[in-house]
Ligand binder design. Structure first.
Ligand SMILES: [Zn+2]
Length: 510
């Protein structure tokens, strides 16, 4: 699906252009410039929005008027890429070679929930000033009821003109719903996972030219803000772009606070590559090998199911975000750092708004990968953390010794107490802790694409009557070590196991 993109771009050298003229029709401008090195590109990335098309020689970028004025001060040569509005011939809804009108989109989302009420719920996450809605469907058995399941999120097109994922998301919803009870794998995914899909995160951008079509779509939102620079950032803090959080951003911040997503992907376009964290800094994540594994799984399956050079950009279809170009205020890093969710960025098509004719081939190439990634949410080490006295689920921190860094630990979530820790195969030592409880450490061995269940009970401080329970639990040796924090004490506990009265005293030392 490589397009003859460069032939379509008619470059203009921009020195003499009047900045006001550039922004007459639209509040954003697309341009390219040569950059000398990574440091320079990263500095410029703080001023304008570096685009996904950026390669090793040439940077592509977007800017609003204020951002572009700042860029001009750098005195760097640039070329304006004129906005080319192509009114493609839409195919048909039934063949999915079609972009719906805004109203058709809303009707489709309503129809999904109406047609499959047992497994699909439609949520309006918020109505924008424009009146357009940010919609999401939730798909699961017992939909809307909290269960011991990971919550998975796909969201697309926060850059309003990057629309392959918009249609793929709609088609994915349709495919999963219709596959339920007809296709074993899809049935299992619906039964075991709480799946959320938001096909259109920036409807004002996508339908900038009017509700009838997406041919005039823009990257930014209606305030000319890049939504993928508008999130709190691990390195740069609040408001890294200097703008207030936009309506769209607040809606997603609220969603991420409400649903404890364990794994997610954010769909973009302009390249064909999986971009994994971090975007903001050069630090590698604790789970860099897991990220490479799941990213490569995504890319490999796309390559296998297309066979025409699709999805092989950069490092065979995957890249570390910062290695490509740094981004401050991106949603990926926000979700990973602040919400302990594993989110990657999918760049689904070189052509940001693909010809509708190309959408079925994009589906064929991507849907096995989209399902594989949903399935990853089931894998890793998972279980339920409870209070060993009451049996009630608790929100505990799950941290991996000599491994976790930069907020890579996770938490068990209420009301179920379930946690999901995705890991590359290996041996790990996990510590479960919560204020008011004795921490507990267990060792676990995990293989890729495999599930290890570790339900853990934590003993609250001040309890002295549950020693026999601890002593007989499956990981008792390790529990003992953790109760007193030192191995010598743990040995003491083992010795004292038969003398309950003495144990009580030892326990209360803590
Ligand atoms: Zn994008």
């Amino acid at each position: 699906m490589k397009k003859l993109l460069f032939l379509l771009l008619i470059p203009f050298v921009g020195f003499t252009q009047n900045i006001d003229e550039l922004f007459l029709e639209r509040g954003e401008v697309n341009f390219s410039f040569e950059y000398k090195n990574k440091n320079q590109l990263n500095d410029i990335s703080d001023i304008v929005s570096i685009d996904h098309k950026t390669n090793t020689e040439l940077a592509y970028a977007y800017a609003n008027k204020k951002e572009f004025s700042e860029f001009l001060k750098l005195g760097i040569d640039y070329k304006i890429i004129p906005k080319k509005i192509i009114s493609y011939k839409n195919g048909s809804k039934n063949n999915w070679d079609y972009y719906p009108t805004y109203e058709e989109y809303v009707d489709m989302m309503i129809a999904f929930a109406d047609s499959f009420p047992d497994i699909c719920k439609l949520h309006n996450l918020g109505t924008l000033n424009s009146g357009k809605e940010i919609l999401i469907v939730q798909i699961s058995d017992n939909v809307g009821q909290k269960e011991n399941e990971p919550s998975f999120l796909y969201t697309s097109s926060m850059h309003g003109d990057e629309l392959a994922g918009y249609i793929l998301s709609l088609r994915l919803i349709d495919y999963i719903l219709n596959g339920y009870n007809n296709n074993t794998r899809l049935t299992e995914l619906v039964n075991e996972i709480d799946i959320w899909i938001n096909p259109l995160a920036n409807p004002d951008g996508a339908y900038y030219g009017g509700n009838q079509d997406v041919w005039s779509a823009i990257r930014y939102n209606s305030n000319w803000v890049d939504l993928n620079r508008n999130y709190p950032d691990p390195e740069d803090g609040s408001h890294p772009d200097g703008n207030p959080y936009q309506e769209e951003t607040n809606i997603f911040l609220g969603l991420a606070d409400t649903v404890n997503f364990t794994i997610s992907a954010n769909m973009h376009g302009g390249a064909e590559v999986c971009n994994y964290p971090w975007d903001t800094w050069s630090n590698l994540t604790a789970d860099d090998n897991w990220w490479q594994y799941v990213s490569q799984e995504y890319a490999d399956s796309c390559q296998t199911n297309s066979g025409n050079g699709y999805f092989n950009y950069l490092n065979d279809g995957i890249t570390n975000g910062w290695d490509w170009y740094s981004v401050a205020g991106g949603r990926q890093d926000y979700m990973n750092y602040f919400k302990h969710c594993r989110e990657l960025t999918l760049e689904l098509s070189d052509n940001k708004t693909p010809n509708p004719n190309d959408l079925p081939a994009l589906w064929d190439a991507n849907y096995p990968s989209l399902l594989n990634y949903i399935e990853q949410s089931l894998y890793g080490i998972r279980g339920i953390v409870t209070d060993s006295i009451t049996g009630n689920p608790i929100k505990a921190k799950v941290e991996i010794t000599n491994h976790d860094v930069d907020s890579s630990h996770v938490y068990s979530n209420l009301p179920i107490g379930n946690y999901h820790r995705y890991l590359y195969q290996g041996n790990y030592s996990l510590t479960y802790s919560k204020n008011g409880y004795y921490p507990k450490t267990i060792n676990a061995t995990i293989l890729n694409n495999d599930i290890v269940i570790e339900d853990v009970q934590l003993l609250p401080f001040g309890n002295t009557n549950s020693i026999s329970e601890i002593a007989t639990s499956k990981s008792n040796k390790i529990i003992n070590i953790d109760i007193l924090g030192r191995e010598s004490k743990a040995n003491k506990i083992k010795l004292l196991k038969t003398k309950k009265g003495t144990i009580k005293k030892k326990i209360t030392i803590n």
